[in-house]
Design a protein around this ligand. Structure first.
Ligand code: SF4
Length: 473
């Protein structure tokens, strides 16, 4: 502490704030309380007995279901939430906790990691075209990510990452960091895609696209929808077209229609024919029917073949979510004329809608455990990596299960909704702060060159944490 100013220096991250008595540092995580550097958020301990739907997530199934390959956790689990940070890298992690599980001595190494290498993978359940692949995604005009490869029924965004955090202007880094922090903590963020849509993303909630809340995730592509419902249309209609930006299905030509003996209708489609009854690129991507730019589905049809079509032919056109539908009958000139949807067909459209799951935004936090994290666990960091790879060490984030990528390093992903509330923080470097815990047997910890002299018993930590709990103010 500086005697003259009463300021103390926080060395928990490279910003190295000088903090006056009673004030918070730049990240709002550390304060000067009576000349003592104090982590202001309460340190979170999880009890395995916490019920689902409670304040914090429960643990994975109990040790009885352990298959012998994955490390078990103690009944009370010391998370990294509020634990503090290891910086500079050579310091041991803030908490290295020993406990006994089923007669086996275990160690959990707990730290709040500062991640410059981190990003969010966002899955948005919608057919609507949000933007072309690789199109920039912006918040307040700053690029914070891009559109990446679409998945089945979902559009995908890749947000944040080291290039946006450190490689652009200060404003870009700050905006990327703030946006990631909000999303990771379950708050809504509106993004805009260049040449595409605006989307309000909120983890675990329906996306709002161009101001409209998305209701449903598609039941399948156009071809799959034909296959699933073909039998239910028999006798009710002569032709069905399921409009889809990717694969539009046509009942009479589709294998499902052929098996069921559907008669040729002379329908002629625009777009590229892939296989019988499956068409690509019938229109442009958009926010209309089935993720196309169509407002009138008849625009994807060429004139019916007069050799096969007949006046009175009944045709249903429907989108992959059942949100859009229209019923037509051919007149004497073989022109499709829209009519009211017969009640029996209405049921089949409702069945498509019923089979669509609610549309959600899913946010996965992805990060790589770097130097400070690994050195905080062991003097020989590569041994930690190897131990994780061999499933001797279990990685959790605020007690939540993580997926660790194969290959080099410890690159992990976690669904942000499985962490306790407001589990993420940030520092102005800019970088995100996220809890991470490594749990292993004490013997494995010793073997990897762990900081054995820093291991403390769970009881002593519980005692200390109860004593020093300080309200935030
Ligand atoms: S930003 Fe936070 S962690 Fe970093 S030095 Fe300042 S108070 Fe400490």
């Amino acid at each position: 502490m500086d005697e003259q100013t009463g300021k103390i220096r926080c060395d928990a991250c490279p910003v190295l704030c000088y903090i006056r008595e009673g004030m918070l540092g730049a990240c709002d995580r550390y304060a000067n309380r009576g000349g003592v550097l104090t982590r202001v958020d309460p340190h979170v301990l999880l009890e395995r007995t916490v019920k689902a739907g409670g304040d914090v997530v429960p643990f994975l199934p109990s040790s009885r279901e352990w298959d012998g390959r994955v490390v078990r956790e103690p009944e009370t689990f010391v998370t990294a939430l509020g634990a503090g940070t290891t910086y500079p890298d050579y310091k041991p992690a803030p908490f290295i906790v020993s406990s006994e599980v089923d007669g086996v001595d275990m160690v959990t190494v707990v730290t709040e990691g500062i991640f410059s290498y981190c990003g969010l993978k966002v899955k948005i359940d919608t057919d609507r075209h949000l933007g072309n692949e690789c199109a920039p995604v912006r918040v307040a005009g700053e690029q914070i990510g891009h559109v990446t490869t679409a998945e089945y029924g979902s559009q995908m965004l890749s947000l944040g990452g080291v290039r946006h955090l450190t490689g652009g202007s200060k404003k870009e880094g700050r905006t990327a960091c703030e946006s990631m922090l909000a999303l990771a903590n379950g708050k809504p963020v509106e993004v805009s895609v260049d040449g595409g849509a605006t989307v309000v993303i909120e983890a675990g909630k329906a996306p709002i696209i161009n101001g409209v809340r998305e209701e449903r995730m598609r039941v399948g592509c156009g071809s799959a929808t034909i296959g699933m419902f073909a039998q239910q249309w028999m006798g009710l209609v002569d032709e069905v077209v399921v409009v889809d930006d990717h694969i539009t299905g046509v009942l009479s030509e589709h294998q499902a229609g052929k098996f069921l003996g559907v008669r040729d209708t002379g329908i002629k489609m625009k777009g590229h024919r892939s296989t019988p009854g499956r068409y690509f690129k019938v229109a442009h991507p958009g926010t209309g029917w089935g993720g196309t730019d169509l407002t009138n589905p008849l625009d994807i049809l060429k004139p019916f073949d007069p050799k096969e079509a007949w006046p009175g032919l009944r045709m249903l056109m429907v989108s992959t979510t059942g949100e859009h539908f229209a019923y037509y009958e051919l007149d004497t000139a073989l022109t499709a004329v829209e009519k009211d949807l017969p009640p029996a067909l209405k049921l089949s459209v409702e069945r498509i809608q019923e089979n669509c799951e609610p549309a959600l935004s899913t946010v996965l936090f992805m990060a790589g455990a770097g130097g400070s994290l690994r050195a905080g666990v062991t003097e020989n960091p590569v041994r930690l990596t190897s131990s994780v790879k061999h499933a001797l060490t279990r990685v959790t984030a605020g007690g939540a299960a993580c997926y660790v990528w194969p290959g080099g390093g410890i690159t992990y992903m976690v669904d942000v909704t499985t962490l306790p509330e407001n589990a993420f923080g940030s520092v102005p470097t800019p970088a995100l702060v996220a809890p991470i815990e490594f749990t292993m047997t004490k013997a494995d910890y010793a073997a990897m060159g762990g900081h054995m002299d820093q291991v403390r018993s769970l009881d002593s930590i519980l005692r200390d944490e109860t004593k020093k709990r300080i309200p935030r103010g």
